[in-house]
Write a protein that binds this ligand. Structure first.
Ligand code: MN
Length: 435
């Protein structure tokens, strides 16, 4: 699978070029402790090599078409931090034609660049590599009368790679299904705890527990568990407040499985019964999501999906007296709906939760194609201090988010098994006991 991806990548490179990509290092959490290692998504995509401080070189025209630079075996270090494949493992287990210790990268760069016409490299990741690259190209330019001409451009490999990653392979779709299935169970476990007196972190713990118990990496992004007005704070991750009766709790949480993210939001009524007016807002957001999902098909655009959601939301905002206008056109023109719906409706989903891939082509929204995976996540948030809103609506936030695979004739909602209709989410909460 990784070899096939490298082959497709290399086929899109310009003739006579070389690609040099760096893997991720360890990130410091505090003093001498690190965050758990996660490989750079592009590096993982091309190699499956999930160990820190590696680099890859692709030279389609050379004998060694695929070279890995890795941390060498080191029994002393491995006692502390665990197994490393080392140079030998890079060849035997990861298919490298050649492998070297990562410390040799800088010194080998000049020889690698000798025959290259173009260099694919992401600048700004490691200043030492950037510096060496520029020095080498400069030195070659001075010698170019006697030698082959130096590379005349440094190109961004992501232009190729991210188009590739945008269209998911069958295996990737299976991992995403698995990530969503674990997320379904996690949401059910958290929803069962959505009772007055419970703390937001108790729900988060249920999410985390399910993600890990079922073999996921953990949350694909910091889980949002926002009770009451915390639901109106879009990236609320403190998750340290108690839940109160007659409020909602918004949970935006997805499992990462085999590197792939699920990204799912549900909004649950604390205690298991939607009160008015929270129910009206909930039903409005659900209707907006259904309207948006109708446009999730080949040839349509994220712009059309967003537009369908916005129009339905505006209808509801007018009915709820959230807007001073009474017509859709006025509301669209004034943009005042953005007071309550500040984000877009969709983003790509894959190895990264906000996955890579261009959103437009030639300055226009790009048409959807089979194999693309995206979220559809309308919401409505009335800030607690928004004095222009009817008082009863202040502090209510709702979002409903599904993950969708574009198919040949429409879409498959990967989250179809995660309840979202009002009576079904009420039942999920009531399946648990009050605190
Ligand atoms: Mn999302």
């Amino acid at each position: 699978m990784f070899a096939a991806r490298r082959k497709r990548f290399v086929e899109a490179m310009e003739p006579g070029s070389i690609a040099i990509l760096l893997g991720a290092g360890l990130a410091t959490r505090s003093r001498d402790t690190h965050y758990r290692f996660r490989q750079d998504s592009d590096f993982h995509y091309l190699t499956g090599f999930d160990h820190p401080n590696a680099a890859l070189v692709l030279q389609p025209d050379a004998d060694a078409a695929f070279t890995l630079f890795v941390e060498p075996r080191d029994p002393g270090a491995e006692t502390w931090t665990g197994y490393r494949p080392g140079v030998e493992g890079a060849r035997s287990d990861f298919g490298a034609d050649e492998a070297h210790p990562i410390d040799a990268l800088l010194e080998k760069l000049p020889a690698l660049l000798e025959q290259a016409r173009r260099v694919y490299h992401v600048l700004g990741r490691d200043p030492r590599v950037d510096q060496k690259l520029i020095e080498t190209i400069d030195a070659a330019r001075l010698r170019s009368r006697a030698h082959a001409p130096p590379p005349d451009a440094i190109l961004d490999p992501r232009a190729i790679l991210h188009e590739q990653r945008l269209r998911k392979e069958p295996a990737e779709i299976e991992w995403m299904r698995r990530a969503v299935e674990i997320t379904r169970e996690a949401h059910a476990a958290a929803a069962a705890l959505a009772h007055a007196g419970r703390f937001e972190y108790e729900l988060e713990a249920a999410l985390d527990g399910t993600f890990r118990r079922r073999g996921g990496w953990g949350p694909a992004y910091d889980s949002i568990v926002g009770g009451g007005a915390n639901a109106t704070v879009l990236h609320y991750i403190a998750n340290d407040q108690p839940l109160r009766d007659d409020t909602l709790v918004l949970i935006d949480a997805g499992c990462e499985y085999a590197g792939y993210a699920a990204d799912v939001t549900r909004t649950y009524p604390v205690g298991g019964r939607f009160a008015t007016p929270a129910r009206e807002i909930y039903e409005l957001v659900l209707a907006a999501q259904e309207a948006a999902l109708e446009h999730a098909r080949p040839g349509a655009t994220l712009e059309q999906i967003h537009d369908a959601a916005v129009r339905r939301l505006i209808d509801g905002m007018i009915a709820l007296r959230l807007l001073p206008t009474t017509t859709l056109d006025d509301a669209l023109e004034s943009g005042e709906f953005r007071r309550y719906y500040v984000h877009r409706t969709s983003h790509w989903l894959g190895l990264d939760v906000h996955d890579v891939g261009a959103y437009s082509q030639d300055g226009k929204p790009r048409p959807l194609e089979p194999g693309m995976v995206l979220t559809v996540e309308p919401g409505l948030y009335v800030p607690a201090g928004e004095e222009r809103a009817p008082e009863a609506l202040r502090g209510i936030g709702v979002r409903i988010e599904d993950d969708v695979l574009i198919t040949a004739d429409g879409h498959e909602n990967l989250c179809a098994a995660i309840p979202k209709h009002p009576s079904d989410v009420e039942a999920l909460v009531r399946a648990g006991r009050p605190a």
